[in-house]
Design a binder for this molecule. Structure first.
Ligand code: ATP
Ligand code: MG
Length: 564
């Protein structure tokens, strides 16, 4: 299912992706005087998602690699859906990913130039005002195998179109009253060339130009021309724009007065299982409060992933590993999870977190004694050092690390069997206490003093190792367990069912009574840890002093006890 075409070897001899191949060829041939210029062109109508990260990595990446320029250009041609909130978040997210633009530009800055160009097309008899309804225009489009029908307004006098075009922008006409269309060919085999609409009337004020304009260019009319005005050489976008390319080139041909031409190249968009990338649908989730906001840790947005504990490196590595191809497909969420696990494995301290605590009492351990046990912060990286954790008579362990009637292969606590308490002693389980309903309330064990590190029996091996936290040295915390947002692989393409009905009811579980090591009480929002044997967790922005909140970024598939 995945289009993994590039090798993902770690050596720097990695094969070039097809866009890099094109760029290197152009450089070799001396095209555009050796100049490389790209742009990242988001519409400020939502927050960026991981699909955009793929576009960002290639747009900025190409410029970085080939000493070129990449501008951030907001494609703000539809005031109805756009807002400055989105402009700000988009800039934050690009910086967070680790990229820097040359200039911030707005398609709306070109409205005067685009207007003049439209007037030029009318004067050259290459555009006309059509007063038909949108439905009638659609009916005349024809089909890919049948030519369309000319509009009855197609051959109206140039003067009339010029006057009406002014009127479109006057505010005197209701939306939909008329449109400006390019006069190309209603029989063209490419449907986009069948007299495409290039201007429409919108009365909603624009977040930058206010009420200056009432007539707004369509995406197709603004995009390529903006590329041209800026001097873009490689206009990289996703495959759905491939069929727009002849129109892109047609406009540029009308506009260009030299040999310079921007060229459009298309790559496969990122689609990820168990989520969706449509901004329109993500906006619905936010507006209908099905998630807590654009940065809900279940969202595929960059702000959601960041809050969830994803690092920029993990996202860039993931994008790198799936590569750029010419074939659309679906990428497995597990690959993204693999990438964050790999990154956090290298970077995080191993700490104890107990999600469902039960007390373990070491009955033969002195009441008032505290021993400090040395524990390694990250076995993957010696330079991260070690720390000391307190050991006392009363410990918290996971409830499911005890079982009263355990099968033979249960290598955790059960009466009569031994386990090692990580970084401390081997203990022998002796029993438990239950309440009136038969629920276990406390577990009992005896420790073997000879088995602490440095002691004669420290090397003695037992089958299981479990984690623990000293009760007086623990901090209570809330933990939010996140899981995939949808129950099906491709929720955007399920027929006969609203995508909102496919939301995973278990995508968020909140645990209020979890315990973490005391040393975590000063951790700051965004700090990540491995809760050993459980998964990677980070401090949520909802944390307050004395009221910590951790998000589960991703569970560990195998517990370290089993891996050992
Ligand atoms: P909408 O959902 O509103 O149509 P969009 O997802 O296309 O918007 P834009 O803001 O137009 O978002 O996208 C900016 C750039 O990001 C475009 O070049 C687009 O091709 C690219 N992009 C968008 N979605 C993806 C994706 N899933 N994978 C790769 N690139 C993407
Ligand atoms: Mg778009």
């Amino acid at each position: 299912m995945n289009n993994v075409e590039q090798s993902t070897t770690s050596d720097n001899k990695k094969s070039l992706n097809f866009i890099e191949v094109i760029v290197e060829k152009d450089l070799k041939e001396g095209k555009n005087d050796g100049r490389i210029q790209t742009r990242f062109p988001p519409e400020p109508n939502g927050y960026l998602h991981i699909g955009h990260a793929k576009a960002i990595c290639i747009d900025f990446g190409i410029a970085e690699k080939y000493n070129g320029v990449c501008n951030l250009r907001f494609d703000d041609t539809n005031p109805v859906k756009e807002d400055v909130e989105y402009v700000d978040s988009i800039m934050d997210d690009i910086h967070w990913l680790g990229f820097e633009w040359d200039e911030v530009l707005y398609a709306s800055d070109y409205f005067p130039q685009l207007w003049d160009f439209a007037v030029q097309l009318i004067k050259e008899d290459k555009a006309y005002i059509d007063e038909q309804s949108a439905e009638d225009i659609a009916k005349q489009k024809g089909t890919p195998t049948n030519p369309g029908t000319n509009s009855p307004y197609r051959d109206r006098p140039i003067e009339e179109s010029l006057q009406l075009f002014e009127k479109m922008n006057s505010g005197d006409l209701p939306e939909g009253a008329m449109v400006l269309r390019a006069k190309i060919d209603m029989a063209a085999s490419n449907m986009h060339l069948r007299d495409p609409i290039i201007y429409r009337i919108i009365h909603t004020p624009h977040h930058r130009t206010g009420t200056n304009w009432k007539a707004y260019p369509m995406y197709d009319f603004a995009h390529g021309q903006s590329d041209y005005f800026e001097g873009v050489t490689h206009s990289i976008c996703t495959l759905e724009f491939e069929v727009h390319r002849p129109l892109y080139d047609w406009f540029i041909d009308q506009l260009a007065d030299s040999d310079y031409r921007p060229h459009q190249y298309e790559f496969n968009r990122l689609n990820l299982t168990y989520t969706m990338m449509s901004k329109r649908k993500l906006l619905q989730l936010v507006q209908e409060k099905l998630v807590s906001g654009w940065n809900d840790p279940r969202m595929p947005t960059l702000s959601g992933l960041r809050r969830r504990g994803y690092t920029p490196e993990s996202i860039r590595n993931f994008v790198d590993s799936i590569g750029y191809t010419k074939y659309d497909g679906m990428n497995d969420l597990a690959l993204l999870e693999h990438s964050i696990k790999e990154d956090l494995n290298a970077k995080t301290h191993r700490v104890s977190g107990v999600l469902d605590p039960i007390k373990l009492i070491i009955t033969n351990y002195p009441e008032d004694k505290t021993e400090m046990m040395e524990t390694i912060n990250n076995p993957e990286d010696e330079s991260m050092g070690s720390r000391e954790i307190a050991f006392t008579k009363e410990l918290y362990i996971e409830r499911d690390d005890f079982m009263e009637d355990a099968p033979k292969k249960y290598f955790r606590l059960t009466p009569g069997r031994e386990v090692r308490l990580k970084s401390a002693y081997i203990v022998m389980c002796t029993g438990c206490k239950k309440d009136d309903n038969g629920n276990v309330t406390e577990v009992y064990a005896e420790y073997d003093p000879e088995t602490r590190s440095g002691m004669p029996q420290s090397g003695r091996r037992v089958k299981g190792t479990i984690h623990w936290i000293s009760v007086p040295h623990s901090v209570n915390t809330e933990v939010r367990l996140y899981d995939r947002l949808f129950t099906v692989e491709d929720p955007a393409n399920v027929k006969d069912q609203d995508f909102k009905e496919l939301i995973n009811p278990d995508s968020l579980k909140i645990l209020k009574n979890c315990k973490v090591e005391e040393c975590l009480k000063d951790a700051k929002a965004g700090d990540s840890f491995q809760f050993q044997r459980i998964g990677y967790f980070n401090v949520d922005i909802d944390s307050t002093p004395g009221n910590m909140v951790f998000n589960r970024t991703v569970p560990l598939r195998d517990s370290w006890a089993r891996k050992k």
